[in-house]
Design a protein around this ligand. Structure first.
Ligand code: C5P
Length: 291
């Protein structure tokens, strides 16, 4: 194989509980994640050395997680060749949707195939965890529960979630994830029971009632992202129910029962407020992919 084109999916957190602070500066979390079909595209081609390019200029530097993933895999596997890698962004950047982490996981899996390294998901997991707390989840995708700082992944049966409207306000804050975790107060911490309740429901083949959704960053995000409250209120005014942030924000999402309901909501967000949103559906890994 000399060439490969892959989709990297975004995620939402159906629950995200922060249990407490750890000695190493991270936080212990318990979260149920779901991949959705909002995507980036990664093109890989065998080459003598590593080269990386992206259609978004700010993401082209050596700090990009895709290039870090490629370098890490090449070094760990002792692979002599390289790859020419091109990333096309469709997932909003720094938005709580896991785009960078998904790109990194997709690069690990794709290069593993392209280079014929034959590493399993279990063998790729420690490399993924080195790149970021959310990266191991994206080696699996679908519905999964994560624990620890997010790197311990337990795949779940597919959650019965069909459509989701995602609204991503253009509000940037520096070092967002670290700042958001750092801003949590004691009373934002919970013990994981809400997630376990949803886990049982999903394992039992049940649907995902909107009132089971939870995100520890909901309250903090309203204050931390200037203007987010207005997005939230107007989203709800259009009929969005149980709105939560994705990850540590600022993207907001609401589950909708039918595609038409989501399309109508998206159109209203665009026409009334000039806000672009995404109507996405849940994505499960192709059968056999997660073995
Ligand atoms: O793992 P990642 O590089 O995505 O984390 C970015 C920052 O977010 C960490 O340096 C840490 O400050 C914070 N974080 C945390 N607890 C987690 C995940 C991230 O405190 N479970």
């Amino acid at each position: 194989m000399t060439k490969l084109t892959l989709k990297a999916y975004a995620k939402i957190n159906l629950t995200l509980e922060v249990v407490g602070r750890r000695e190493d500066g991270y936080h212990d979390i318990v979260s149920i994640l779901q991949t959705v079909d909002l995507t980036d595209t990664l093109s890989l081609e065998r080459a003598d050395a590593l080269a990386f390019d992206c259609d978004v200029e700010e993401l082209r530097g050596g700090q990009n997680l895709v290039l870090k993933a490629a370098t890490l895999l090449k070094d760990e596997a002792g692979y002599a060749g390289g790859a020419s890698i091109h990333l096309e962004k469709g997932i909003p950047v720094s938005a709580g949707l896991g785009g960078g982490s998904s790109d990194a996981a997709t690069a690990l899996k794709g290069l593993n195939d392209l280079w014929g390294l034959g590493l399993s998901v279990e063998e790729l997991t420690p490399l993924a965890a080195k790149l970021g707390s959310d990266v191991p989840f994206f080696l699996h995708g679908g519905t999964a529960m994560v624990q620890g700082r997010g790197e311990r992944v337990r795949p779940l049966p597919p959650a019965d979630v069909s459509w989701v409207v995602i609204l991503t306000p253009q509000i940037a804050i520096p070092e967002k994830t670290a700042a958001m975790y750092g801003g949590l107060a004691e009373n934002d911490f919970t013990r994981g029971m809400l997630t376990r309740k949803l886990e049982a429901r999903i394992r039992g083949g049940g649907d995902v009632p909107p009132q089971f959704l939870f995100n520890a960053f909901d309250t903090l995000a309203r204050g931390a992202f200037p203007g987010l409250k207005e997005y939230w209120e107007r989203f709800e005014a259009l009929g969005a129910q149980e709105v939560h942030v994705a990850g540590s924000g600022p993207s907001l999402f609401s589950l909708v029962p039918r595609r038409e309901v989501g399309t109508a909501m998206s159109l209203m967000l665009e026409h009334r407020h000039g806000w672009r949103s995404h109507l996405a559906s849940a994505v499960q890994p192709a059968k056999g992919q997660d073995e």
